[in-house]
Design a protein around this ligand. Structure first.
Ligand SMILES: NC(=O)c1ccc[n+]([C@@H]2O[C@H](COP(=O)([O-])OP(=O)(O)OC[C@H]3O[C@@H](n4cnc5c(N)ncnc54)[C@H](OP(=O)(O)O)[C@@H]3O)[C@@H](O)[C@H]2O)c1
Length: 357
């Protein structure tokens, strides 16, 4: 009871909502407060959490909920028709899977990468018979200058951005972790180890770009949310199960960078929401998928292949991931309006087998 009174004192009426037989105040807070209710504790910052939320009688809500099945159609649950998306590293592997998932279902997808030829090939091959569009833009996302240039380029073509997929990434060299003798292990993991410069490159591509690309696109993403009722623009970072498992998989630098990318996702999601913006930030942590990174090459269709047998004893699914496994995850994370700050692991059970930190 006391808590309710405390809550009421914090909330101030601002405008009235007319329902069938009552006039009820719409409520929101004007500054940060810690609100405590018997059910949950949460902090409310500025006006975004409760702003303009009409209070409806329960009976009205039941009527609305049962009136139609329309909202449950696939195109309403996972629809991306007309959305504007940007996918870094969209010219191969997982980025290409995400590109096809969005463009085939009607999104206009800008893909970036450092290699013009790769991007052009994807655009010419996969633009056929789709309701969306794939547009290549050459860009290296490891410098602030080139990220700013990319923002300007998108701004010159679009009024907003609905989906940003920070997918570009690189792997790091492997280190031998087998020696059981201290001197030998030191030889392997210090003297002969992946050089610090490579750690820096890995972090620059896998961690820093994710932070700077996200923050550079905030205004365009916010515009994407403001123009469309019921849609919050979204950032999807492609991290990895390598940032979750306890084994180094022989590449400490890569795995540490992916763990950092997962934490960065959570911090960005929190800070962006705390600033009152309606932009969701999540990450997909893939297991093993065929790509230039894992297979070493792409074929003439910009697709890569991995031998299924290699994963039989390693992954409960007994195979590497397929294009469709990634595509459905991308559609889910991009469109689910109630998902924020989360890691969606798509790994055929790899983490179950390898164990988490
Ligand atoms: N495949 C897997 O099993 C797996 C598992 C977990 C996580 N991941 C993650 O998935 C993401 C995609 O990797 P992938 O496996 O699909 O490998 P990939 O085929 O090598 O794709 C990476 C893409 O990023 C682009 N890229 C790299 N550095 C860039 C830069 N500085 N600026 C712009 N683009 C850049 C590459 O194109 P250019 O070289 O032409 O620039 C390439 O198209 C990565 O973040 C990776 O860590 C992959």
């Amino acid at each position: 009871m006391l808590q309710r009174q405390f809550l009421r004192a914090l909330l101030r009426p601002t405008h009235a909502i007319h329902t069938s037989n009552t006039i009820r105040p719409a409520i929101y807070t004007s500054s940060r407060h810690l609100i405590s209710t018997p059910l949950y504790n949460y902090s409310i910052t500025q006006q975004h959490y409760f702003s303009h939320t009409p209070i409806r009688p329960q009976s009205d809500l039941h009527k609305m909920a049962s009136a139609s099945n329309e909202n449950f159609k696939l195109e309403n649950l996972f629809g991306v028709k007309g959305k504007v998306a940007l996918i870094t590293g969209g010219g191969s592997g997982i980025g290409l899977m995400a590109t096809q998932a969005l463009a085939t279902n009607g999104a206009k997808v800008y893909i970036t990468g450092r290699t013009q030829e790769k991007l052009d090939r994807v655009a010419s091959l996969y633009n056929k018979n789709i309701s969306g569009e794939i547009i290549p833009i050459v860009s290296d996302i490891t410098s602030k200058e080139s990220i700013s240039k990319l923002v300007k380029e998108i701004e010159s073509r679009e009024s907003h951005l609905s989906i940003l997929i920070n997918n570009a990434g690189i792997s790091s060299s492997t280190d031998n972790t087998e020696p059981s003798d201290a001197t030998e292990l030191k030889q392997s993991l210090f003297d002969d180890a992946t050089p610090m410069s490579e750690w820096e490159d890995t972090y620059r591509t896998n961690v820093m770009q994710l932070y700077f690309t996200t923050t550079a696109f905030l205004p365009l993403l916010q515009k994407g949310s403001e123009r469309e009722k019921g849609w919050s623009s979204t950032v999807v970072n492609i991290t990895s199960i390598s940032g979750i498992v306890k084994v180094s998989q022989h590449h400490f630098a890569y795995n540490a960078s992916k763990a950092a990318a997962i934490h960065l996702t959570k911090m960005l999601a929190h800070e962006v929401a705390d600033s009152g913006l309606r932009i969701r930030v999540n990450n997909i942590a893939p297991g093993v998928f065929p790509s230039e990174m894992t297979a070493g090459e792409s074929d003439e269709k910009q697709k890569s292949a991995l031998a299924k047998e290699k994963y039989e004893g390693k992954v409960p699914a007994a195979r590497p991931g397929k294009d469709e496994d990634m595509a459905s995850a991308v559609l889910f994370v991009s469109t689910n309006q109630y998902l924020n700050g989360q890691t969606v692991v798509v790994d055929g059970g790899y983490v179950l087998a390898a164990g988490t930190v």
